[in-house]
Design a protein around this ligand. Structure first.
Ligand SMILES: Cc1cc2nc3c(=O)[nH]c(=O)nc-3n(C[C@H](O)[C@H](O)[C@H](O)COP(=O)(O)OP(=O)(O)OC[C@H]3O[C@@H](n4cnc5c(N)ncnc54)[C@H](O)[C@@H]3O)c2cc1C
Length: 398
């Protein structure tokens, strides 16, 4: 167990990976602080739904205490029909019956949860450990790697955190900690593909029935467009329940005004409606009845497809989640891989009794293997599904 006077572990970003790591540290009684750029959890839309893989669920269960995992499990939707039913979005014809993707994760069901619910449950009990409105732009280290030295975060306004024992960069695809740590080797590429996320009352999904669906439209001359959604049982008659969908366009098919992908609301909703105006009547309600305020653009990015690069290990600094291995939506494994990082790093820190030289190296060695596999799998699926191509030498990075 950590000594009471141990310096805290400083976590950058309060996303899914960081919060789950923080839960692990809390249960191990290892001191930590979290620094988040946003002013609260409600600062921006959190609506989209995450599908949880068997590995992701196991990782979450290995971290949370039993009552919290039970609450998490209750909040998850469980959908039958363990495959993905593919349709031609325009003709309404089923193109493939139950595409054999390994979607089911427990009890033969597809398990999913909204990002907002997941974050809310992961944040329970951490409220007084999060500092809001702290945009991390880098870190400074002092002294040796032993217990005497330290590291602190630097914020956009020039302020600095107190000294900590270790920094964990969990601030997503634009992570400055990742850039500094890896000397620019950790790169995130713009794939050119764009998405729109939307939400509509569950009653709008009645034409589909229960299951996981992929609707594809190849009639758009700017590029193919497809939509993925998960229709859960039991709630199709309750219009107060909303289901989400994610639309993805091949490069060129979806364009935000002025290429500004932070735009949310009506502009994104109108574009989604325009793109789908010739869709089959059983699918159109998903888009036509969407809640406009929840519509959001999404720039589809991916880390280096050939794998998580090597960098000179810094015993005091490491990176988790999208900051080290972001991926395309193909395969739905980004968050699942992120929570594996939290479980692994949390376990290694618990076994070491807090920060110790060697922990980050051991974590990175293991993470590089499954992180690289996940990025590669997601990238190769996206190449096939929505015609992206990354050239690691020349493609634009974000
Ligand atoms: C529409 C959509 C659908 C998806 N569907 C799936 C799915 O079905 N299954 C799946 O596994 N994955 C899915 N993903 C991917 C998944 O959401 C990510 O992989 C996951 O959220 C990564 O978690 P993270 O904690 O690393 O980063 P994030 O969740 O992005 O969290 C990063 C946090 O850091 C904060 N931050 C950013 N910059 C700074 C800074 N400079 N200083 C301080 N804080 C900062 C952010 O505000 C945020 O709170 C989807 C993603 C999208 C967009």
């Amino acid at each position: 167990m950590a000594t009471p006077q141990a310096k805290p572990i400083l976590i950058s970003g309060a996303g899914l990976a960081s919060l789950l790591l923080a839960q692990s540290l809390r249960l191990s009684r290892i001191p930590f602080r979290i620094y988040e750029r946003d002013s609260s959890f409600h600062f921006r839309g959190q609506g989209y739904r995450l599908r949880l893989s068997a590995e992701g669920l196991d990782a979450i269960e290995s971290v949370l205490d039993k009552p919290t995992f039970a609450k998490f499990w209750d909040a998850c939707g469980k959908t039958g029909g363990a495959g993905l039913a593919a349709y031609n979005a325009v003709t309404g014809e089923q193109t493939e019956h139950k595409v054999p993707e390994g979607l089911a994760s427990r009890g033969g069901k597809v398990v999913g949860i909204s990002r907002g619910d997941m974050r809310r449950i992961f944040a329970e009990g951490l409220e007084d450990r999060i500092e809001w409105g702290k945009q991390v732009v880098g870190y400074e280290t002092e002294g040796s790697a032993d217990q005497e030295g330290g590291v602190r975060l630097v914020f956009a306004d020039g302020a600095k955190s107190d000294w900590g024992s270790m920094v964990v960069g969990g601030e997503g695809i634009y992570s400055k900690v990742a850039k500094q740590l890896s000397g620019g080797k950790l790169k995130v590429y713009d794939t050119g593909a764009r998405g729109i996320h939307g939400q509509a009352p569950s009653t709008s999904f009645k034409g589909l029935g229960e299951g996981v669906f992929r609707l594809r439209d190849d009639t758009n001359e700017r590029g193919g467009v497809f939509l993925i959604t998960n229709v859960r049982p039991g709630e199709l008659d309750d219009p107060t329940v909303e289901f989400g969908w994610t639309m993805v366009g091949e490069p060129g098919a979806i364009r935000a005004p002025n290429d500004d992908y932070s735009v949310v609301g009506k502009t994104a909703a109108d574009l989604a409606k325009d793109l789908t105006k010739n869709w089959h009547p059983k699918f159109k309600p998903l888009i036509d009845e969407m809640k406009e305020s929840e519509a959001a653009f999404w720039k589809i990015t991916c880390s280096t497809p050939s794998g998580v690069p090597e960098w000179t290990n810094d015993p005091r600094v490491t990176v988790i989640g999208d900051a080290v291995h972001s991926m395309t939506p193909a395969g739905g494994i980004g968050a699942n891989t992120a929570v594996r990082d939290s479980a692994l790093l949390g376990r290694l820190l618990r076994e070491a009794g807090g920060y110790k030289p060697g922990v980050t190296a051991a974590y990175e060695k293991e993470m590089r293997v499954y992180g690289s596999e996940a990025v590669h799998e997601s990238y190769s699926t996206a190449v096939r599904q929505f015609s992206i191509k990354i050239d690691e030498e020349t493609s634009t990075t974000v």
